[in-house]
Design a protein around this ligand. Structure first.
Ligand SMILES: Nc1nc2c(c(=O)[nH]1)N[C@H]1C(S)=C(S)[C@@H](COP(=O)(O)O)O[C@H]1N2
Ligand SMILES: [Mo]
Length: 530
């Protein structure tokens, strides 16, 4: 302890209680600054809040292998885990800053300001940040936090021994608690009262009237949906559809302000479309199964929906774009989203006659915000990260040589057709079905090639043909069942599929990185009874 400094500042010698309170003061100041920043951000732009901005910066700088691990380990909670980690780290720093402020009031306040500056920097350096206004939440929050810390430590260090010190501590606690409570209340209010921008987006979605498709999807064949408890439904309801993206806050786009820009190499004339103009074009409706490259064998990141949209190839032809096979200069189509995602798709695939869509409808309703409202891409046969750009705002024609889309420098393949997969949905792993006939059932997919055959094997027995549900289209998954005469004991069930080209899934499991997992899915169960 340095008595000179204390004397210099006119305060008494800090005790252990003072240090404890000072650390607490740091924590409260950090909390208040984040709450104030959150409140301001809720009025400006939710993504511009410091925690989210830092979170986004971390997401973009996370090595791909780590991110893939996070998706696999924490599933759709990966984002919550990341934010919790950031908050814990900030809390530790705040305790330290509180102690620092006890020694040097101004230095402590300055440290809070430095963190505010970092938050502001992260917010304005986001690819989707188009205004210096995004710095405001962090800066205002930091100013509030710095001021509070300055005041709190001032109270702790007021001169006077004994009973005066006790009074100071009481005052400290009253100021800390009341500011903390007030900030909490204000931030909570900010969260519940939608910002004007968000209200506009929600209203614009409610106002969308989907056009009647010029080319409707044929009705799903009666036999495509099997009546087996526990099987994945043929059509995945929107609320159950998996979600994978890098957005910490779901972008809420106002459809009235939305524009799609088509430009780049081989485009005769740049095209800009409003949603109304896009929906006025020739629309098609198709059932298409979407899968994520991060889906492990047997994993949940796959779903099937009825999409309504406009053929991307129509638009490209109209703009004068030719695929490479017709001598066009661009072999890569790069889609950009409002949140700065870039997704590269082979121009050849988009223009080879498959139903590559700019989709605005999903299972009969406008795209949910989480799935890309107002418009996203869907290309049958390609993993989502190389085809399914959500919240799309532009399409650029370029080459694979000239440009790497978001995931490519992070170690994922530039081109990634979907690999054939089959999954046992029921019985569940480590299930305990009763002896007798057990319906083994699941789904198999090989988008754009179709599924020709599914086989099931019990333990090391021979492969047996499963019964395939009717095929809806080769772009959709197919359900299958196998009635198994189950005998008691532990058994391993394994499935494999053969696609429309006659190729059977290889046995060996591979990693999801760099272009999708393959291998057979198996499930171990214990059959009970006779
Ligand atoms: N803007 C944007 N679009 C995106 C992504 C993203 O992170 N941002 N993720 C892609 C990935 S990896 C997949 S698998 C699909 C998932 O679409 P879904 O969330 O609607 O299921 O969206 C794709 N489109
Ligand atoms: Mo994905």
């Amino acid at each position: 302890m340095n008595p000179t400094r204390t004397a210099q500042d006119g305060g008494r010698e800090p005790t252990r209680t003072d240090r404890l309170l000072a650390a607490l003061g740091g924590l409260v100041a950090a909390y208040v600054s984040l709450a104030v920043a959150d409140l301001v951000a809720s009025r400006v732009r939710p993504e511009a809040g410091p925690v989210l901005a830092i979170g986004d910066a971390v997401v973009d700088r996370t090595p791909a292998a780590l991110k893939d691990w996070a998706i696999r380990t924490f599933g759709e909670s990966d984002k919550a885990v990341l934010l919790l980690g950031i908050l814990c780290l900030l809390a530790l720093l705040a305790l330290g800053i509180g102690l620092l402020a006890l020694r040097h009031r101004l230095l402590g306040a300055a440290a809070v300001a430095v963190f505010g500056g970092l938050g502001a920097l992260a917010a304005v350096s986001r690819p989707d940040s188009d205004s210096a206004l995004d710095a405001v939440p962090s800066l205002v929050g930091a100013a509030a936090g710095a001021l509070l810390l300055y005041v709190l430590t001032g109270v702790l260090r007021a001169p006077g021994p004994g009973s005066a010190a006790r009074q100071d501590r009481r005052r400290f606690l009253v100021v800390a608690a009341s500011t903390g409570l007030a900030a909490t209340g204000a931030a909570a209010l900010g969260r519940t009262v939608a910002s004007p921008a968000e209200e506009d987006a929600v209203a614009s979605r409610a106002a969308v009237r989907l056009p009647r498709p010029a080319s409707p999807a044929p009705p799903v064949p009666a036999g495509a949906q099997l009546n087996v408890p526990g099987i994945s439904p043929f059509v995945t309801p929107n609320r159950d559809f998996y979600r994978v993206d890098t957005a910490l806050v779901v972008p809420k786009v106002d459809a009235g302000r939305w524009r799609l820009r088509l430009h780049g190499g081989g485009v005769r004339e740049e095209i800009t479309l409003t949603l109304r103009e896009l929906m006025a074009r020739r629309t098609v409706e198709r059932d298409i199964t979407l899968a994520c490259v991060s889906n492990e064998v047997g994993g949940p990141y796959v779903g099937n929906a009825r999409w309504l949209g406009v053929p991307l190839a129509d638009l490209l032809r109209e703009a004068g774009v030719r695929p490479p096979s017709e001598g066009g200069p661009a072999d890569q189509l790069v889609a950009r989203s409002v949140d700065g995602m870039t997704i590269g798709t082979p121009v050849e695939d988009v223009m080879d006659g498959r139903d590559a869509l700019l989709a605005f409808g999903m299972n009969g309703e406008p795209l949910p915000f989480t799935h890309g409202f107002p418009v996203r891409m869907i290309v049958p046969g390609l993993y989502g990260y190389v085809s399914a750009c959500k919240w799309i705002e532009s399409v650029e024609l370029t080459t694979f040589d000239a440009y790497d889309a978001y995931w490519v420098p992070r170690g994922w393949a530039a081109e990634a057709p979907v690999k054939t997969q089959s999954r046992i949905d029921t019985p569940r792993p480590f299930g305990r079905p009763a002896a007798g006939t057990v319906m083994v059932a699941g789904v198999a997919w090989a988008q754009h090639r179709g599924i020709r055959r599914v086989e099931v094997r019990v333990d090391d027995g021979p492969w047996q043909d499963a019964r395939l549900a009717a095929e809806d289209s080769r772009d959709t998954w197919r359900q299958w069942t196998y009635p198994w005469a189950a005998t008691s004991g532990r058994h391993t069930l394994t499935v494999r599929a053969t696609d429309g080209t006659g190729t059977t899934q290889p046995e060996r499991r591979t990693d999801t990185m760099p272009d999708g997992a393959q291998g057979w899915h198996s499930v171990v169960v214990t059959v009970e009874g006779a």
